[in-house]
Design a protein around this ligand. Structure first.
Ligand SMILES: C[S@@+](CC[C@H](N)C(=O)[O-])C[C@H]1O[C@@H](n2cnc3c(N)ncnc32)[C@H](O)[C@@H]1O
Length: 231
């Protein structure tokens, strides 16, 4: 049975009702555009609100995200954490990392967010080493960069998440950067699409994750790390 897709105005209705964008987010977006940063790379407010729900559901204190950009998702997460909560955000581009640090400080969450200027794959082993040395595991891990390597990040996720923690990944159904190629077209040969098909299947079949894809915006994969649950 097909219910058809919701039109943009219905989707925007949900966004405006549950996640009205405030001045702080608007200022970050305007400042990013003013310095020539790309348009629309950040998660939309309704996705930010969804992520805050996962923080509330997991009583999150520690969030790890791959892909900082201008700091929007880090701000959504940081606002959902307690005073002693922490977001570790990984960004390869030092200009974007500096921009985000400045904006997050102005937004009053500079103490809560640590932006690390390093490649996402290169960050993995040091993050696992920190946990081996006694750092707490993460309640939420959010993938939003290096889409061609999502399967690799899924392999590492159980070493970063606590049981009951949640893996989130953006763009698992579509992306404006796929140049018209689509997930379900077998002729699509973009490396990111091939990797995301593999990631989605791996996550769906993973014995240690209870998962689905929320088909909002570009598609958000959600996997609750549940080792030994056998659901
Ligand atoms: C889609 S944007 C992130 C948006 C951000 N999560 C938000 O919603 O506000 C992806 C970011 O990943 C960064 N990036 C690209 N390649 C990377 C890599 N290899 N390692 C870490 N970050 C990378 C880009 O510079 C860009 O800022």
């Amino acid at each position: 049975m097909s219910y058809g897709g919701f039109s943009d105005d219905v989707i925007d209705y949900v966004r405006d009702l549950f996640a009205p964008e405030d001045d702080t987010f608007r200022k970050i977006t305007e400042a990013a555009h003013a310095v020539g940063m790309p348009l629309d790379w950040e998660i939309s407010p309704d996705i930010g609100r969804l992520f805050q729900m996962f923080c509330a559901m997991t009583d999150a204190k520690r969030v790890l995200e791959f892909g900082t950009f201008a700091g929007h998702s880090a701000l959504w997460f940081s606002r959902a954490l307690p005073e002693n909560g922490k977001v570790v955000s990984i960004e390869l581009n030092p200009v974007y990392a500096d921009f985000a640090r400045g904006q997050l400080a102005m937004a009053g969450v500079g103490e809560k967010v640590e932006v690390r200027t390093i490649g996402a794959r290169e960050a993995l082993q040091p993050l696992v080493d920190e946990i081996a040395a006694g750092a707490e595991r993460y309640d939420i891990v959010f993938l939003d960069t290096e889409k061609a390597f999502y399967p690799l990040f899924l392999d590492w996720a159980p070493r970063l998440l606590r049981p009951g923690g949640v893996l989130l990944a953006d763009n698992v159904l579509r992306s404006g950067s796929w140049k018209g190629q689509t997930l379900l077209d077998p002729n699509s040969d973009d490396a990111r699409i091939i990797a995301i098909r593999q990631f989605n299947r791996m996550l769906a079949e993973h014995p240690d994750f209870v998962s689905t894809i929320v088909p909002m915006r570009a598609g958000v994969a959600v996997g609750v790390y549940s080792p030994d649950k056998n659901m």
